[in-house]
Write a protein that binds this ligand. Structure first.
Ligand code: ATP
Length: 236
């Protein structure tokens, strides 16, 4: 059964149409990538799933529940966690404090500490920098911290907006491995990426978004072998 279903969604910012009958679905425990150029509508799609903007037409459902009727905080409480572009960690708080904040909706303090320990085990760099202020971390470490903070919240669906942005290739690889690990532990992932090559390596399926609609879709292997995708998104 599909976990997340967007059906014929239109989204306007005043007169600017950002999404045009967009239909995508994500199955339980899949990694699905959204690829496309700047302005294609990828970030708008994530913002709409998170309830930050509302669709003007069409439907957005998670496990059968209509997300367009929920407030953003109820969507977070349902386990849909969005890591926006730019990570937005708390720069004057320590790494550890940033992680614990991810558990603000989790009542069980022991569970919060256990999940923080799991994040440290998965990302030893964070453990080494546990008492350091978030703002002193490198870009890659900040991305890991944003992932760790989300993991402490116990996400059912992770919405990731360009996690590889500004990172060196080796760090991109590490971040992608962490995302794969998160999926192995049972979280469903919707991954927005400009770095199509990195995204297609870990995704099960992908959609290419152009002008607010799906231009192409298929398994990651199919898209990675498609001449149009190679020419437009993967380089020669
Ligand atoms: P990027 O990678 O640059 O974020 P994107 O694929 O995520 O691109 P969106 O940011 O979703 O694309 O933008 C889709 C369209 O909506 C674009 O035409 C953009 O200019 C427009 N848009 C996005 N946010 C707003 C806003 N707050 N107000 C008006 N127009 C917006």
């Amino acid at each position: 059964m599909s976990a997340l279903v967007l059906a014929d969604v239109d989204l306007y910012y005043h007169r600017v149409q950002a999404l045009d009958r967009l239909s995508i679905d994500v199955q339980e425990n899949e990694i699905v990538a959204l690829l496309g150029n700047n302005g294609a509508g990828k970030t708008s799609t994530l913002s709409m799933i998170s309830g930050l903007v509302r669709p003007n037409a069409g439907s957005v459902t998670w496990r059968g529940q209509d997300l367009a009727k929920l407030q953003p905080w109820d969507i977070v409480a349902a386990g849909l966690l969005h890591i926006p572009e730019g990570r937005r960690i708390f720069s004057t708080m320590t790494v550890h404090e940033n992680l614990l904040i991810g558990g603000y909706l989790v009542k069980d303090q022991k569970l919060i500490r256990q999940r923080a320990d799991e994040a440290y085990a998965l990302m030893p760099r964070l453990a080494e920098r546990r008492s350091q202020q978030g703002g002193t971390l490198s870009g890659g470490e900040q991305q890991m911290l944003a992932l760790g903070r989300a993991l402490v919240g116990g996400p059912k669906l992770l919405l990731l907006d360009e996690p590889s942005m500004g990172l060196a290739p080796l760090v991109v690889k590490q971040v992608m491995q962490i995302i794969e690990h998160v999926r192995r532990n049972g979280t469903t992932v919707l991954l927005v990426e400009q770095n199509a090559r990195a995204a297609l390596r870990i995704a099960d399926r992908a959609y290419v978004i152009e002008g607010g609609s799906v231009a192409m879709s298929g398994t990651a292997d199919e898209l990675a072998a498609d001449p149009r995708v190679i020419e437009a998104y993967l380089g020669a």
